[in-house]
Design a protein around this ligand. Structure first.
Ligand SMILES: Nc1nc2c(c(=O)[nH]1)N[C@H]1C(S)=C(S)[C@@H](COP(=O)(O)O)O[C@H]1N2
Ligand SMILES: [Mo]
Length: 178
């Protein structure tokens, strides 16, 4: 009888702790990052305050297609919106509205797993670039797999895929420091 009680007692606090972790606000794992379904956050230089673009807001931007091989060399057609259009939709001041015409600004993209890549702002600006860097949400007509989506940056003609950031959560506009 006594044995039974001592064995059960330590389980109780653990049970309640497990219950508390089910509450999203108290669970460190769910607080660490915005859920992917929340869309994409745009912040930094040129913005009065950070903007959280919802999937519905992103869906309203003009859609474009980009063809490139995937990591296995298979030719794929990605579709989505221009990364530059995402910045504009967030209300970011860009180009000539930035110090030094934005020539020393870059966009730092961050993913759910902490992976990051940067793009010079001019690389994304249609007034400069001859290619479109995409915030894709579809590949060959299908929504991106959970491991890549809901949003992946697609750089059309780059030989390696290192800057094709999967599971993009945030874009930050940064001015290079002198
Ligand atoms: N979020 C995230 N995106 C990422 C990476 C990563 O580690 N995390 N690796 C990059 C690299 S180095 C490559 S080659 C491709 C690989 O894409 P794949 O895993 O879809 O083949 O994703 C790129 N995007
Ligand atoms: Mo890579």
């Amino acid at each position: 009888m006594t044995r039974k009680l001592t064995a059960a007692a330590p389980r109780f606090p653990l049970f309640f702790l497990a219950l508390l972790l089910l509450l999203p606000g108290l669970n460190p794992a769910s607080r660490a990052q915005t859920p992917a379904s929340a869309g994409v956050q745009v912040s930094g230089a040129g913005l009065a305050q950070p903007a959280q673009l919802s999937p519905a807001q992103l869906a309203k931007l003009p859609r474009l297609q980009v063809m490139r091989p995937d990591h296995d060399g298979k030719k794929r057609t990605y579709s989505g919106v221009a990364l530059y259009a995402v910045l504009t939709a967030a209300g970011a001041k860009l180009g000539a509205d930035l110090p030094r015409k934005g020539m020393a600004h870059y966009v730092q993209a961050s993913a759910a797993d902490g992976y990051q890549a940067v793009f010079a702002l001019a690389e994304l600006d249609p007034a400069f670039a001859t290619r479109t860097v995409l915030l894709a949400d579809r590949c060959d007509g299908q929504p991106l797999p959970a491991t890549a989506g809901p949003y992946q940056i697609i750089v059309p003609d780059e030989k390696k895929m290192g800057r094709c950031v999967r599971q993009v959560q945030a874009l930050r506009l940064v001015a290079a420091q002198p």
